[in-house]
Design a binder for this molecule. Structure first.
Ligand code: IPM
Ligand code: MN
Length: 360
């Protein structure tokens, strides 16, 4: 029996709907294993701006700091995207949260599920067997460098800065992951143009001596974008900076057949944060069509982070059951789609029931 505190940040758009299902799944896990998960929700993103004027209220940040882990739905609202003069934006809440919690590594696993191969627009034989994990640097680079307008108001700038320290700490994680997988690490950068990329290469090349079992490749990001859909099976662990990682992980989601399947973990300091890679998908809000699996798999990663591996494995098994039985939302099951809630219920019930299954 363990007792853990999980701060839940449902966020905006479909965030609350998909989070509800993941919370339900975590409750089923708690019941099944006799654990205690104290899960409380806090505002972040556009909903927090509406309520308090601040996308990351102090109370939310404090609750995250005091928690064992954070589960996040999604943030963002089109009313801010369409207003370039908006001073406060939902995204600032997420970026600040990542920075404040020291979450410098964003881990995004991409798997092609056999049963879903026909849903990918890519040729099946190209993507079958894809199994990669992207290590995206999350608290540096162009996202966090100085930004502003030029004095004459005629220009704007976003500085991209990386320190050796920032590169090294995530590179170690990526090397360690590769060592435990298929021993292949690809650094994605733009070293033919960017000085920051050259620093990344320098550090990674140096570090490679410490991990002789890992083969390292260096790939320019434009080529990587092409290779990602041309031959994704070649990748094992991809290591890259903040913005390149943002872009290629959305691209990689096409391989899985739906963005609604892909989870992520953001780690670094003590508290870690788990969130689907998809956004708040405002058009789908309240319609019951959002796929909760990415958030449920994020909850599985959360359990692994808490070293509850058996529990996480059961969640993954339950998700596989849903996939294999077509218990899927409409982007993956066009003939007889299930709602967000039905998918969540199926997975939670399967977990609750599994003790009986084992005894039968
Ligand atoms: C992501 C998102 C965020 C990012 C946005 C919402 C700031 O796209 O988590 O991938 O760019 O990091
Ligand atoms: Mn993104």
């Amino acid at each position: 029996m363990v007792s853990k505190k999980i701060a839940v940040l449902p966020g905006d758009g479909i965030g609350p709907e998909v989070c509800r299902q993941a919370v339900k799944v975590l409750e089923a896990v708690a019941t099944r294993f006799g654990h205690r998960f104290e899960m409380q929700s806090y505002p972040m993103g556009a909903c927090a701006i509406d309520a308090t004027g601040n996308p990351l209220p102090d109370e939310t940040l404090d609750a995250c700091r005091a928690a064992d882990a954070v589960l996040l739905g999604a943030i963002g609202d089109p009313k801010y995207d369409n207003d370039p003069s908006a001073k406060v934006r939902p995204e600032q809440g997420l970026l600040r949260l990542r920075k404040e919690l020291g979450l410098f590594a964003n881990i995004r696993p991409i798997t092609a599920y056999d049963i879903l191969l026909p849903h990918s627009p890519l040729k099946q034989d190209r993507i079958q067997g894809t199994d990669m994990v992207i290590f995206r640097e999350l608290t540096g680079g162009i996202y966090f460098g100085a930004k502003g307008r030029t004095d004459d108001g005629e220009g704007a700038y976003d500085h991209c800065v990386y320190s050796r320290h920032e590169i090294r700490r995530i590179a170690h994680m990526a090397f360690q992951s590769a060592a435990g997988r298929r021993q292949r690490l690809t650094l994605v950068d733009k070293a033919n143009v960017l000085e920051t990329s050259r620093l990344w290469r320098e550090e990674v090349r140096e570090m490679a001596h410490q991990y002789p079992e890992v083969t390292v490749d260096y790939l320019l990001v434009d080529n990587a974008a092409m290779q990602m859909i041309l031959n994704p099976k070649q990748f094992d662990v991809i290591l890259t900076e903040n913005m390149f990682g943002d872009i290629i992980s959305d691209e990689a989601s096409v391989i899985a057949g739906s963005m609604g399947l892909l989870p992520s973990a953001s780690v670094g300091a003590e508290v870690a944060l788990f969130e689907p890679i998809h956004g708040s998908y405002p058009q789908a809000k309240g319609k019951g069509i959002a796929n909760p699996i990415a958030t449920i798999l994020s909850a599985a990663m959360l359990l692994e982070h808490l070293e509850l591996n058996e529990e996480a494995a059961l969640v993954r098994e339950a998700v596989d059951e849903a996939l294999n039985n077509g218990v899927l939302t409409k982007e993956l099951n066009t003939t007889a789609p299930y709602t967000t809630e039905e998918v969540g219920n199926y997975i939670a019930f399967w977990i609750a029931d599994s003790s009986e299954k084992q005894w039968n």
